[in-house]
Design a protein around this ligand. Structure first.
Ligand SMILES: Cc1cc2nc3c(=O)[nH]c(=O)nc-3n(C[C@H](O)[C@H](O)[C@H](O)COP(=O)(O)OP(=O)(O)OC[C@H]3O[C@@H](n4cnc5c(N)ncnc54)[C@H](O)[C@@H]3O)c2cc1C
Length: 496
């Protein structure tokens, strides 16, 4: 193409890199402006004292060779020939002295439930049947719904047995469904395996990806994954400008014309693609002068329908042999101070199967403290405004979690070393995520129509973010980056 259209992309997270790669390979000349000095956004590997840590990724969806999402990850160079670690279990929960495990092998899961709670057998059999059916489900990857004709839309995701089943399960509140189980540990395992407030459909789908082999952890974690994407972006001719925060999106006559950078430079472009939190875009980069799409706004305004996902995460080096043999599990523990109140359960993920995260015989573990979205952010923000109290509270939380861990697993004593404590404020600082939220899940019955990834009254401005997609997760960011470019191609009459 002789005169490629210029596209300015804000953010080099998964969505921005994905958009950059697809745009470069479809005739656009792009520059990504990233405020941090590294790529990856919330998926960038974290470090402490110069040592690589896995601070975000637990399971990546789209790791099964040949699956539609896997093909997209391959197109953006994310996976290369990387080995994928498939944990033996999706999630385990301990309650009342019993542990219920959602094993990778569905037959093993059914048999273990039968042994643990025969009275729940019928409900478990039904659940396993749903999981098997949804192993055949794929989210829409070809193009976004707004670019599909009615026939295409009908043929895609809500068609077929798996799509129809998912639509049905999305109407059922997970917590209410789990109440029907007799065994408390099983109830816990179902409810805590996915973010609070999710529908039954969310759990069945995530477990189906996992048992069907389409979710796992790429060896090396998030850092090499995003670096491979950045490498692919540069190979296809992209221009990546790190440590370059954008201050404002320039609009004239209802059309995006370019960017004002914090350093003072103005950059003109035919298209602007904001691959960061859309509420931050609306408030900060558009100076609250333009509203986002109604459907997108609803995801923020109606937390009961779209429960926000939020965490406070602590990282430790620990002796893995002192812990139960489950990749991720939750357990009861003494109350630890968290956002002013207390919690009585923690959730722990062990990264020891990947040698990248093993040091001197100890492995990296991540401990999530249940955190209530906006309230938690407000709490930590108030402390941060006072300076020292924020640091003090993080130390207090770290000590309290460490004590709780040693009380539950006494053999950890002596081997536990705290390396990081990430609060919602950490995530907000790192990526400009509004209130440090990671995204949302769908509650039962939440409307399914996806936003069109645009700001209605501004032309040539595209949004790419998990908030515009179906649910939280890096695969959603990948697809939203791709979809945004397809929208630009559609308007420019470029074949995608
Ligand atoms: C603790 C944690 C655990 C997670 N676990 C998983 C998991 O197990 N599996 C999974 O699939 N997903 C997981 N996720 C979610 C996943 O990381 C995100 O969904 C995904 O990375 C979002 O990518 P994104 O590109 O949409 O946004 P982001 O990663 O937020 O990227 C936005 C980018 O825009 C940049 N930016 C923002 N404002 C500006 C500005 N003004 N100028 C320039 N640049 C700007 C930011 O610095 C950032 O790099 C987790 C996230 C976290 C935080």
């Amino acid at each position: 193409m002789r005169n490629p259209r210029k596209m300015a992309i804000i953010g080099a997270g998964i969505a921005g890199l994905s958009a950059g790669i697809y745009a470069q390979t479809h005739g656009f000349s792009t520059t990504i402006f990233e405020k941090n000095r590294f790529v990856g956004g919330s998926l960038h590997g974290w470090t402490a004292n110069g040592v690589a840590l896995e601070g975000s990724l637990r399971l990546l969806v789209g790791t099964k060779e040949g699956s539609p999402l896997f093909r997209c990850w391959q197109e953006v160079g994310a996976l290369g020939g990387t080995m994928i670690f498939s944990p033996e279990c999706f999630f385990a929960a301990t309650e009342g002295g019993h542990t219920a495990v959602l094993w990778q092998d569905l037959d093993r899961f059914a048999a273990s439930c039968e042994a643990l709670a025969p009275e729940d057998g019928a409900q478990i059999q039904k659940f396993c049947g749903w999981v098997r059916t949804l192993q055949g489900f794929s989210p829409r990857v070809e193009k976004p719904a707004d670019l599909c004709g009615p026939l295409e839309r009908r043929r895609s995701e809500h068609a077929g047995e798996a799509g129809r089943l998912l639509a049905k399960l999305n109407l059922v509140p997970l917590a209410a469904w789990a109440e029907g189980l007799h065994m408390p540990a099983l109830r816990r395992a179902f409810v805590e395996a996915v973010p609070p407030g999710a529908s039954l459909g969310e759990l069945v789908l995530q477990y189906a990806y996992f048992t069907g082999g389409d979710s796992g952890l790429p060896m090396g974690g998030a850092r090499p994954l995003v670096q491979r994407m950045a490498q692919r972006y540069l190979e296809v001719g992209g221009d990546l400008q790190l440590s370059t925060p954008v201050e404002e999106i320039l609009i004239s006559n209802g059309t995006a014309r370019g960017l004002q950078l914090q350093e003072g430079r103005r950059v003109l472009a035919n298209w602007v693609l904001a691959a960061c939190d859309p509420f931050y875009v609306s408030r900060a980069l558009l100076k609250s002068a333009y509203n986002v799409d109604r459907r997108l706004q609803a995801r923020w305004d109606a937390p009961a329908q779209y429960p926000p996902v939020c965490t406070t995460r602590l990282l430790f080096w620990a002796d893995g042999d002192a812990l139960p043999p489950y990749y991720t599990f939750s357990f009861p523990t003494t109350v630890v101070p968290a956002a002013g109140g207390g919690v009585d359960r923690l959730r722990l993920t062990q990264y020891g199967e990947d040698p990248t995260f093993v040091r001197g015989g100890r492995e990296l573990i991540a401990v999530d403290v249940p955190t209530r979205g906006r309230e938690a952010y407000a709490y930590w923000e108030t402390l941060a405004l006072q300076g020292e109290p924020y640091l003090r509270e993080r130390r207090r939380l770290t000590e309290s979690v460490a004590d709780a861990l040693v009380r539950c697993f006494p053999q950890l004593s002596g081997s536990l070393e705290a390396v990081a404590c990430h609060t919602p404020l950490t995530y907000a600082d790192r990526t400009n995520a509004h209130m440090g939220l990671l995204g949302f899940v769908r509650a039962a019955g939440a409307k399914t129509a996806a936003p069109a990834g645009r700001v209605p009254s501004v032309g040539r401005l595209l949004l790419a973010s998990t908030w515009c997609g179906e649910t939280v997760g890096a695969h959603t960011a990948l697809l939203q980056g791709k979809f945004a470019v397809e929208r630009a191609c559609d308007e420019e009459r470029i074949d995608f």
